[in-house]
Design a binder for this molecule. Sequence first.
Ligand code: PLP
Ligand code: MN
Length: 386
Amino acid sequence: RPPLHVPELVLPPAAQPGMTLAQVDTPSLLLDLDAFERNLDRMQAHAARAGVALRPHAKAHKCPAIALAQVARGAVGVCCQKVSEALPFMRAGVSDIHVSNEIAGPAKARMLATLARHARLSVCVDAAQQVAVLAEAASAAEARLTVLVEIDVGQRRCGVGDAEQALALVDCIDRHPSLRFGGLQAYHGGAQHRRTRDERREEARRAAEKTGKVLVRLQTAGVTCDVVTGGGTGSVEFDLASGVYTEVQPGSYVFMDGDYGRNEWADAFRFEQSLYIDVEVMSVAAGDRVIVDAGLKSMAVDSGLPGIRHAPGDASGAASALRYVAANDEHGIIETDSGALPPLGTRLLLVPGHCDPTLNLYDEIIGFRGETVECVWAVAARGFSR
Ligand code: PLP
Ligand code: MN
């Protein structure tokens, strides 16, 4: 049978600009544009004051419209975590992208080298074999790739362990004319969600100390590092003041999430929750609980089940008497200890536990002000995990 080309069979967008929030289809991702813009302005102002470049992590939003808003405010470019993730941002005109990650295979290296003909691109290494693969691909593509050596500053994920290993990799990079050594990446993911500021300050201090030692060793060997990049939303307060980083790469500050909401913050670095999942009560038959239309396929729960906000723009942070207690594939179970359960058709706003993987579940971000939809932005890098 030939495919049916019937307009009704194409999924329409969940919202159009000009709609009221009540007309938005659910579940969908809502963005409080006032809070979002304040978050962007605030992070840019902090970076500018510290004299440190801001290169926001685009894995948080995967949305070219947001990347362009960050660049328009002064961001030097963005980070991507995967090579393919860079594609939609480059198509939208973002011309400076750091892949804050290692790659091992020739297919990815080829893609990266080809992209490097169209934008400033850099990538991380922590092994000589990665350098060889990148050099081969860059010279075949007649491109020049900037390569940063990643050092492990406490996360125990990627990165070399000490200054001698870093220096050996710099030598390795320098032997290839198709590669340029760009500096260091020193990112400590484990520090970001430590709840108290004291814990994060201490982890960030240790990361900066170790990075400083590597820098001194490289300097002694006559190697200059143009860039030292790292930092996330949880540690940026300390990274900006460390004197070690030339660039910070926070991502989640744009949206915030339930997990970051549980951190203790200095007032100046408390970013606002701007991201919600708009859901609908679609069954009340049980009587002692209600069921909403958003479960595991509508939100990441690796950092806990979502919180509940009643109304858009409710920035009070007051906890709802409702609790989201269990997520099935497409159902969310909501209970309450006190107060009434919401009737069928009620709209609720959920605060996802973890913003990055939640964004990856949606095709669009619906930006609103007050009760009105202002924009619908494509999450164009959604699913670009290669
Ligand atoms: N840089 C790297 C390498 C990361 O892996 C991440 C997030 O995991 C970030 C920056 C941004 O961190 P956050 O979203 O917590 O600000
Ligand atoms: Mn995250």
